[in-house]
Design a protein around this ligand. Sequence first.
Ligand SMILES: Cc1ncc(COP(=O)(O)O)c(C=O)c1O
Length: 382
Amino acid sequence: MNAKRIYLDNAATTPVRAEVEQAMREAADGGNYNPSSLHAEGRRARAVLDDARARIAAILGAAPKEITFTASGTEGNNLSLMGVARALDGRRHIVASAIEHHSVLEPLERLREEGFRVTLLPVARDGRVDPQRFAEALEPETGLAAIMYANNEVGTVQPIAELAAIARERGVLVHTDAVQAPSWLPVDVRELGIDMLSLSAHKFGGGEGVGLLYARGGVPLAPILSGGGQEFGRRSGTENVVGIAGMARGLELAATERAVQAPRIAALRDRLEAGISSALPEVHVNGGGAPRLANILNVSFAGVDSATLLIGMDLAGLAVSAGSACTSGTLEPSHVLQAMGLEERLRGSALRFSLGAATSAEEIERVLEIVPRMVTELRGDG
Ligand SMILES: Cc1ncc(COP(=O)(O)O)c(C=O)c1O
C-alpha cells in the first residue's frame, strides 16, 4: 500500500502492532500445540493460554475463569445473548438499545423467533440511551439487557454503570459490547457493574480472528457450539493460542497507553471536527455533544452522497468509512443514524473518520486540505 495513504478507519480494524506480532512469534515458538493435549508440548501451550487468560483477566478486573476465548466480537455477542437467554428459565423478555451492532441485533432476532420478546430502546438524537426510559422498559419478565459501551458508528458512550445498577436492582443480567472501547476507555467489569462483556482483539491492534467474552461467575451460559468442551465447557473448539497471546499483549498496550493516547487522539479528532465545521456550511456532527470515544468523528455533509465521497477520498489516498464498517462493502443505510432520528438527507451523506494510535497531526492537516475541497466540488459550489 502507498505509504502516503492516510488510514482513518480504525473502528473497522486496526493494524496489528509490532509488539503483538512479537508476542505471537514467541507463543508460536513455545506454544503452537494443542492446549488440551496431556504431553509436554500440550502443557506448554496450556501454560501460554493460562498466562494470557490471567493477564487479560487482571486488566478487566475479572477472574481468569470468567474469561471465554472466542474467534471474534461477533461470536462473543452471539454466545452471550443466545447462551444466557436460553439458560434463563422463565424470563423471556430482553431489552436492548436500537443502536447495537448487528452481531447483537441479529441474535436477538433469532431469539425472537424462538419465542422471546425483545424491546429495542430508542436513543436520543445524540445517540444516548436515557436511563429513565431504560428503567421503564424493564418488566418483571425481563431477564437480560444488552447495551453497548460505545457505538462503532458515532462513538457515543453509554452510561453503562448507571444502567447496570438499575438492571441489577431488578435482577436483570446486563451484557455490554465493549468492542470499540479498550484503547480509549477503562474496561473494568466490576466498575461497569455488568454481567457479560465482549471484546475483539483486532480493534486494539491485537490481530483479527480472536476475541473474548467475560461472563461473571454464576451467570448461566448455555454453549452455542457443541464439541470438545474447551473453555470450561462454554466454547468448544481448540483455542487460537498464538492469537490469544497476541490479544493479551494488545490489551496490555491499550491499557497502559490509554492515558496518553486518548487525550492526544481526542485533540486531533476535535481539530478535524473544528476544521471541517469552519470550512464548510451545512455539516452535521452526529453524536456531537454526547460523551464520545476519543477517536470517532461521524459527519454528515448535506447534499453529497456518502458513497461518492468515500470513493473520492479513497482515490485521494484517504481511507474512511460510510455507514457501519462491518457491513461496508454493501453500503446499507445506517440503523444507528436512523435510530438517532437523522433525516434521510443527513443519513445518506454521513462519513465516519476513525483515528488510531498511529494517527498524526500532519495527517489530520492533510485531511483538512482534501475533504472541504472535495465536498465543495461535489456540491457544485466550487
Ligand atoms: C461495536 C462492535 N461490536 C462487534 C463487532 C464485531 O467484532 P468482530 O469484527 O470481531 O466480529 C464490531 C466490529 O466492527 C463492533 O464495532
